[in-house]
Design a protein around this ligand. Structure first.
Ligand code: NAP
Length: 285
């Protein structure tokens, strides 16, 4: 798994091991949990790593996920979201014995949802670089999964959106809950199960992988608070449009993931089901 030392990797590595897969973890600067430390923008060292491992699958989580940083530094966005995929796809090519699973994002969508895979709407450099990364992955016969996720960070140095919400609610700090942003995230545990299914049935193509129905970020915050029985007096409904962010953000990223459900025979849960399944770690005793 490339990018295994990040937020999603911390959750997926143990899950896939529990499913019985032998997972080799790759990282770059954060090497405590990694078997390999390699710059994926470097063709020679990445090729050497893959030659040694001879993987059946490469699940690629490497990326620059900071949307404002991508806007400020498109070269970095290109390196981590496009070049790294090109390098992997170069090695994998059309090998029949290695399948690339490229993790992409729901940030490729905007406007009226729910969105199917065929029309993207690019509003910032992050989205452009992730989409270009998809284009780099597809000639290698990759499964491209457009997703969004939440759940406990499980030791990662970065927090998930639900970690951030729970932390703010517990500390009774003010939150502006956006009513003009909608998404359809999955729990990282569900994403792990879906990935295991993809590994049983590796199929080339682009697939949305999100929860059914979706909700606004505001409704997500109130639902998490209700699930965790936390007070919401510091939460104010507002809009993202009021903020002066460096990168423009999409509004409606809600995905229609029925293609994934049909292709992989995997029923996806509703957003409400996922929120109610959120594990409440670090609760004050
Ligand atoms: N976070 C979200 O909310 C979200 C939502 C939708 C989709 N996604 C997608 O999901 C994937 C995983 O996201 P994440 O939040 O887990 O990302 P993350 O926490 O930022 O992790 C990024 C990973 O990339 C590695 N990396 C950075 N520079 C590298 C380089 N030059 N060479 C090799 N590896 C390098 C990092 O390694 P070190 O840490 O060891 O340096 C880390 O393992 C990304 O593709 C992202 O676009 C994320």
């Amino acid at each position: 798994m490339t990018g295994a030392t990040g937020l999603l990797g911390h959750s997926l590595v143990p899950q896939l091991r529990d499913f019985g897969h032998e997972v080799v973890a790759h990282g770059f600067s954060n090497v405590s949990n990694a078997d390999y430390q390699v710059d994926l923008c470097d063709l020679a060292s990445t090729g050497k790593m893959l030659e040694e491992i001879q993987p059946d699958f490469v699940i690629n989580l490497v990326g620059c996920t900071d949307v404002d940083l991508c806007e400020q530094n498109p070269q970095l966005a290109f390196k981590l979201n496009v070049r790294s995929v090109e390098v992997l796809a170069h090695w994998i090519g059309r090998r029949r014995d290695c399948h690339l699973i490229q993790i992409s994002t729901d940030q490729l969508y905007d406007g009226d949802g729910s969105h199917k895979e065929d029309v993207v709407d690019i509003v910032n450099v992050y989205a452009l670089s992730k989409y270009t990364g998809e284009l780099a992955a597809r000639p290698a016969g990759a499964t491209v999964l457009r997703t969004n996720f939440f759940g406990p960070a499980a030791g990662a140095s970065k927090s998930s959106f639900s970690d951030w919400v729970l932390d703010k609610l517990r500390k009774q700090e003010a939150i502006t809950a956006f009513e003009d942003v909608a998404f359809s995230p999955l729990l990282m545990n569900t994403l792990g199960k879906a990935l295991n299914r993809v590994m049983e049935l590796p199929t080339a193509g682009v697939f949305n992988l999100g929860s059914r129905k979706g909700c606004t970020k505001a409704d997500f915050i109130f639902a998490v608070a209700k699930h965790a029985r936390l007070d919401t007096s510091m939460v104010t409904r507002g809009t993202q449009a009021q903020l002066n962010l460096r990168a423009r953000r999409p509004g409606n990223m809600v995905m229609d993931s029925s293609k994934f459900e049909r292709e992989f025979g995997f029923e996806l849960p509703t957003t409400e089901h996922e929120i109610n399944g959120l594990e409440l770690t670090d609760e004050p005793g």
